[in-house]
Design a protein around this ligand. Sequence first.
Ligand SMILES: [Zn+2]
Length: 348
Amino acid sequence: MIDSIKIIQPDDWHVHFREGEMLSVITKYSSRVNKRCIAMPNTSTPITTSIEAVNYKKLIEDNSDNDNFEALIPCYLTDTLNIADFEYALQNNIFIGGKLYPNNATTNSQFGVNNIKEIYNIFEILEKYNKTLLIHGELNRSDIDIFDREKYFIDEELQQIRKSFKDLKIVLEHVSSDYGVDFVKTNNNIAGTITPHHMLLTKKDVFKDDVVNPHHYCMPVVKNENDLLSLRKAACFNNSKFFLGTDSAPHHVDYKKQNDSLKAGIFSSSNSIELYALIFEEENALENLEVFSSINGPKFYDMDVNKNYLTLNKEDRIIPEYIEEGNIKIKNFYANKNINWKASHLHV
Ligand SMILES: [Zn+2]
């Protein structure tokens, strides 16, 4: 039995650090194991300018418990961006790229774009500077079933974007369906991030009879068994087009469900790499964890692979239900369940 693995230090290409006290409590969980994290710009006032990006990056890095930790910031794309500032920020690596949130697809996406064609000029700029377009790929329309939003987005928007901007690098974030996996695999210049929860949950874990589990509710919502299996296969079997992105997205436990409205988001940073290790081990693919967690991502973003290493040891333990600090109380993903890995230390 393998009781220890050593991997190149991972990066997490999709994290929500939030703001205020929440940010100061949760940042250490991501900087615990990762060298770099993409910090999603859907804060209560979205990050749309170079100054906001510089300040947000500094705020996160100042709150990390690791001196080498780096927060990478994409611009929240809107149809009212200051184009000169956007170009300046791309040229100076202040923005790693641009994040497209279709209107009202998830938390704080009410500032997102209604008509994607109206920001095609922004895609042109990203393409020109070889910067990445990160996409929350869901079409949110009243006639579309919640489980089909990814498929409709691909068919009605992404196909067109792909055709119009052939050299634009695209990341389909938190791929959640077999349909999405297939699109990423069969198109050029596109990669996908995959979360632990989309490889551990199906819709039965969210919707049971007439009860909804708010702690398993996220966007895109988890889907069927065949989608879960397809995502596991894509992550575990060395496909260079998929890499680590937890989409860890905490909400205070008291606000997760309020007035019958559910807040989407699952918090997994506290056990992120361990959850991936558990999944890769179940798939007999532990030897492929490193390429998914630490190599495919930087390659796609044209960045260097990290120099340090992380050791994970076999250690049976139970994930505690909550993280509680000051006024913050967050439910851990996979709470009260057994996990058999523990990240031990970073080393050269
Ligand atoms: Zn997200």
